[in-house]
Design a protein around this ligand. Structure first.
Ligand SMILES: *Cc1c(COP(=O)(O)O)cnc(C)c1O
Length: 487
């Protein structure tokens, strides 16, 4: 199984090389040359790690079976408290796939617990001896999940950069208290874009690259464009489907829709691969927040990122240019030259329009909608009061869009909503949506939410209280470029 670039100007590479390289040298993203078909029905009754093993083996045949088994067990076995792929019935025909039972209480743990292990093994397979320095700019969830995933792995060091005051208090504490000798955390003066710009500057600095090479080190990213981050996310679409078959809620072959709160389009793209591999998915429902570029594109074929950027209560979805969309364009247009042209237009003008034929194909698989901030508040409140179910603002975006689409299009297909973060990561926002007064302290807010709703605070979040903050270093974005030499 080889990988090629969506822009077609890079030689094919093996899976391990694709994972080491991240972004293809021609600026494109790596995609599998063929999409393997799997007899999913035969996996019914198997556990999360066994199903994951079958899927990973198909996409990453280079990796040794025993290695994968251990990596999966170490990623999802103990850390997810037996709740990997946990499905909660919200009401008839609507299920919440709770992806936040991992170490940092956000769905990014699924990718970032496993991918670092895949990277270390890829380095072994390719006999790489230099040290990899991972730099990651974060607006919240990615930083914590990446630090937790890379902590104490051999041959790798990781630094996370977050904007001062730009994350929730819990997200800040998750990073500042992260253990491990190979992790570094910096709070950057400015906003997320400033942090991102500083990191990009380091990646583009040829002098830095040479100096690092001299020390036998090189830079890499933990960004969601890496194939190693996408492939673990295919698994929970399959386990959800099979679980509903096991429960006799659906029969194998029945359509099941998935509604996905989307930002960079990585999570929902994993659903697309699951469908392409043969899983009987009906529609993939793409839910955007007020930054609705994605949803509007899927409806019209016109991608237009020229509008305003909004800071919303679902910050991990505050994205205007969704990088993983390029993979969909490649598969549905079947033409890397055309993809390259659209991406050039995007870089130059922040917009492009796909042809009718490509749009029609995309719409066979996807429907889309978006939610306002008022929709999010209403949804958190309604779902809690009507269905007794507590959800975070990202998940509420998805519920809101699902309800809109059910109403407008009369869709009645059973649907799994991907719940991407624990409500306790955003206790303040959830309390205010429930029209409850919000305590000033983040831990008081968590406890109040627990008392009000009867839900349990995830142990990993409660454990942050009183934990030592190890770093507390504030820097200017311009100095990020100097740090890799000190790592
Ligand atoms: C990252 C994230 C998303 C968006 O996922 P994409 O793969 O970027 O589309 C949604 N919700 C939460 C909580 C996230 O952390």
């Amino acid at each position: 199984m080889n990988y090629r670039s969506t822009r077609g100007k890079t030689d094919e590479v093996s899976a391990s090389k694709a994972i080491i390289t991240g972004l293809a040298p021609d600026g494109g993203l790596f995609v599998p040359k063929e999409i393997p078909a799997i007899d999913f029905k035969a996996l019914a009754g198997k556990n999360y790690c066994e199903i994951a093993q079958a899927i990973l083996q198909a996409f990453l045949p280079e990796y040794n079976t025993v290695f994968l088994q251990q990596a999966l067990e170490n990623s999802y076995g103990r850390f997810f408290n037996d709740k990997a792929g946990y499905l909660h019935k919200v009401k008839e025909g609507v299920y919440s796939l709770e992806l936040w039972h991992g170490p940092t209480a956000a769905f990014k743990d699924y990718a970032l617990q496993l991918m670092p292990k895949l990277l270390v093994e890829a380095r072994n397979m390719n006999k790489e001896t230099d040290e990899t320095l991972i730099l990651v700019a974060t607006s919240g969830d990615t930083g914590g999940a990446a630090l937790a995933g890379y902590a104490n792995l051999p041959g790798v060091k990781i630094a996370a950069f977050y904007p001062v005051g730009g994350t929730s208090e819990i997200q800040r504490l998750q990073m500042e208290t992260q253990e491990g000798d190979n992790v570094f955390v910096y709070a950057v003066h400015g906003n997320f874009d400033d942090a991102q710009r500083g990191v990009k500057q380091a990646f583009n600095d040829t002098e830095l690259k040479e100096k690092l090479a001299y020390k036998n080190k090189k830079l890499s990213s933990a960004n969601s464009i890496n194939w190693g981050r996408l492939v673990p996310q295919i698994v929970y679409y399959v386990t959800s489907y099979l679980q509903l078959c096991n429960d006799n809620t659906i029969a194998y072959g029945d359509e099941l829709d998935f509604c996905v709160p989307s930002g960079n389009f990585g999570d929902i793209m994993a659903g697309y691969y699951a469908k392409a591999m043969g899983l009987p998915i009906g529609k993939l429902i793409c839910a955007s927040n007020q930054n609705n570029v994605l949803a509007e594109f899927l409806k019209s074929g016109h991608f237009d990122a020229r509008g305003e950027f909004y800071k919303t209560s679902s910050p991990s979805m505050d994205v205007l240019i969704s990088s993983n969309l390029e993979r969909l364009l490649y598969h549905e247009s079947g033409n890397s030259e055309t993809v390259g042209r659209w991406m050039d237009e995007l870089a130059a003008n922040k917009e492009y329009t796909v042809d009718e034929e490509t749009l029609t194909r995309i719409q066979k698989n996807f429907v889309a909608g978006w939610a306002t901030e008022e929709n999010v508040d209403e949804e958190i409140k309604n779902i809690f009061t009507q269905d007794g179910y507590l959800c975070d603002p990202h998940t509420a975006v998805a519920f809101s869009v699902l309800h809109q689409i059910q109403k407008e299009q009369g869709r009645t297909t059973p649907t799994v909503v991907l719940s991407t973060a624990s409500p306790f990561k955003f206790s303040e926002k959830v309390l205010s949506a429930l029209e409850s007064e919000v305590p000033a302290d983040a831990f008081d807010a968590m406890e109040k939410l627990a008392a009000l709703t009867g839900e349990a605070i995830p142990a990993s979040l409660a454990a942050l209280n009183g934990k030592t903050e190890r770093f507390n270093i504030q820097i200017e974005p311009e100095t990020i470029v100097e740090l890799p030499l000190k790592m």
